[in-house]
Design a protein around this ligand. Structure first.
Ligand SMILES: [Zn+2]
Length: 223
């Protein structure tokens, strides 16, 4: 097998459908079968589970019960076939992502999620949509934004504030630094007092902020 290709397909497609235990177990099976040129392998999961996924959850390693539950779910998802039980363990065959029908056509495309669930901070490719929404101007002071001077800013700071389009905006670095954890309305008034905004701009920004909170400022997403 082509290990480099496998790793790409695993991360880009397979991992989207598997939880972390399933990923660990699947990779372990692939490591001990396909990676060594064998189609099948017999694994004693009672002991193997102790090296498959260390340090997860409360226990030191994956429990017996969870291990066998995940083997079943991996089989249900067509990643492995359990071929039988032998005295030394469970005989399994792992399918590579390219061998699982339809798997490679699943793209990690965040735009297939509902807009309300899109993350505009952690999902880096979504960030430019915010800058576009603000017409390349800082959400607070209206300064022009370019590739070097802008950041994604949380109107309500984390962890209270989330990273949806209702709470993150494109802002200049200066506003991002100055605002800190202060309330956005107060920060806009401070910009007015300090001469960065005139009275009209302040009113405009305050109503823009209100529209943001109401969910009226939806980024344009190509679907
Ligand atoms: Zn600014």
């Amino acid at each position: 097998m082509d290990a480099a290709q496998f790793l790409k397909e695993f991360h880009d497609h397979a991992a989207l459908l598997l939880d972390t235990y399933e990923q660990s177990i699947y990779l372990y099976i692939v490591r001990h079968s396909r990676l060594e040129g064998r189609e099948e392998v017999t694994i004693g999961f009672k002991s193997a589970r102790k090296v498959i996924a260390m340090g997860q959850g409360k226990s030191r390693y994956i429990s017996d019960k969870v291990c066998y539950t995940k083997l079943q779910s991996l089989q249900d998802k067509q990643f492995i076939s359990v071929l039988g039980t032998e005295w030394e363990g469970t005989r399994v065959r792992a399918s590579l992502p390219s061998e699982i029908p339809g798997l490679l056509s699943i793209e990690p495309d965040p735009t297939t999620l509902p807009l309300e669930e899109l993350d505009f901070f952690n999902v880096v490719q979504n960030r430019p949509l915010l800058r576009e929404r603000e017409n390349n101007r800082c959400f607070y002071c209206l300064a022009g934004l370019n590739d070097k001077n802008w950041v994604v800013e949380h109107v309500v700071s984390r962890p209270e504030g989330d990273s949806t389009y209702r709470n993150v905006v494109a802002a200049c670095c200066r506003c991002n630094n100055r605002k800190g954890a202060s309330v956005a309305d107060d920060f806009l008034r401070a910009l007015y007092r300090d001469g960065y905004l005139n009275a009209d701009d302040l009113q405009g920004r305050l109503s823009h902020l209100e529209r943001l909170r109401l969910g009226e400022l939806k980024p344009r997403i190509a679907r």
